[in-house]
Design a protein around this ligand. Sequence first.
Ligand code: MIC
Ligand code: SF4
Length: 642
Amino acid sequence: MGMNLAEKIITAHLVSGEMKTGADIAIKIDQTLTQDATGTMAYLQFEALGLKKVKTEKSVSYVDHNMLQASFENADDHMYLQSVAAKYGIFFSRPGNGICHQVHLERFGVPGKTLLGSDSHTPTNGGLGMIAIGAGGLDVAVAMGGGPFYLKMPEIINIHLKGKLKPFVTAKDVILDVLRRLTVKGGVGKIIEYSGPGVASLSVPERATITNMGAELGATCSIFPSDDRTKEYFRLQKRPKDFVKIAADKDAKYSQVIELDLVKLEPLVAQPHSPDNVIEVKKLKNMKVNQVCVGSCTNSSLSDLTVTAKLLKGKKIHPDVSMTITPGSKQVFQAIAQNGALTEIIASGARIIESACGPCIGMGQAPPTGAVSVRSFNRNFPGRSGTKDANVYLASPETCVAAALTGYITDPRKIGKYPRITLPKAINIDDSGIIPPAKNPEKVEILRGPNIAPLPINTALPNTLIGEILLKVGDNITTDHIMPAGAKVLPLRSNIPKIAEYVYYQVDPEFAKRAKEKSGGFILGGDNYGQGSSREHAALAPMYLGIKLVMTKSFARIHLANLINFGILPATFVNPADYDDIKQGELLEIPNVIEQVKNSDSLEVENKNNGHKYTLRISLTARQREIILAGGLLNYTRGGGQ
Ligand code: MIC
Ligand code: SF4
């Protein structure tokens, strides 16, 4: 029997385990990427491993998130990252060089290889035919040290594309359609593999838009085959030698096949406050818009910005709208300057922002109070834009332009004819924004500013867990709820004691204070707990506040792994109705924890307020059990664990 593409790459990288759905496997990692907001922790952890050099084929450290230098913190972190990169054999992509996923696609991604990145949108590079997975910084640090990445063998599902997109219907609409069908938890435990005759009609950046937002499905990763379009992309990037043709066998099997006819799609939009709350743009009538943002790792390629410029050409942004445009990389920025697109953008009245994440992570451009913001981004979780009551809609650059010109959410087919765009046959490749590792690493001194606080370490799991439910939350809690980002909080990413003050800040501003007063406790959550980003701060900061156990109906993949890595016990309800029985503030006791974590799949819990008993499920691998008992992966590794 033939193999699908994901199986081919996983087999070639399998270090342990059997490639059966749900089995515990470990895979070798060829490349890693970090970005600055998760990178400082990842490199502090890498330093703690005591190695001389990274053991990967290529590791790249990007600076793209913490770009505002309102005070010394971010600037200090950039210097730390640059010096660590120079010392340990890591390429350093300077601030201004672009968003990690876009730059990685352009300059480093290779079909058939594995990439582990400390950012949840790492699967963007699946658009090139890579197994590219997002993970917590600690997992990436271990991979840089040559350790494999542990995961449960995902189920591999297939999205079979046929037909061709109509004018004004885009790759963004493809993934919004998939989100509408599968929801934000539909991809958990799955790899989404695209195939079919429709693939050839999509360019690499379009494929990357689709694999990028596989993260919003909760998928482990998404992947496209590499083909002639991919070859052309590598030619344009002047790295033809990196091209490898790789695709599923003709008789490949999948656990599920979803047919998607590109010609049937319409312009779509995700409404507040979830990327799967998708409807057709034309159904939204009279929705006045205050802000429009084109950019982010989802939609900031050269073709995205060229179309944006062509649609804006000779027109002006509506006076009630503030529009921002963020090129995904320095390469894109230079190319739009050269092909004249930038001139059209400037003339239209749009505001240009440097190549970085920017408004996507609340680093500036917070919308006005109660505003409607239409963004070509990937997440519209509440508060993420920096304005608590803003309503963020996610759409293609084309739909964004239609909103910017008319002042209302508007079907882009109403604003005229689809422009013909011809992309250049050659572009300027200038890698001066990427600094290679030092030739004399022993001479490099690591620069540590005062914002870099030592890494807090957990203690081993106690035998009795007794604590209060410090917070009860509902379904689909995101890491933006748990550990907010934005201009105020992001600069504290290297300082856990300080950032811990903001845990659950927007949900319950008293949470951190309460956790400290009670010397820690437990959190109660619903389904798909911890969806969204890979930020390990959403585990590390609660750990610092003394959270020992998080019990939910179900978890999102990366957050679950992060909780385990920092020694917080994750458990799910055997009987989901028990969730309703437990109230915030109630006292729970779990005796004999060590024995249960060692040898059992369940955990017996007593509610001290009403005497009710609950059974929780602990579905952990043998290795994960050891990690939890040790109080986290660092303790486990120090104790000799692999
Ligand atoms: C995001 O889009 O939420 C981020 C910011 O890129 C995060 C990483 C982080 O929190 O630093 C992600 O997606 O993993
Ligand atoms: Fe940056 Fe936004 Fe992409 Fe995250 S989703 S990497 S914040 S652009």
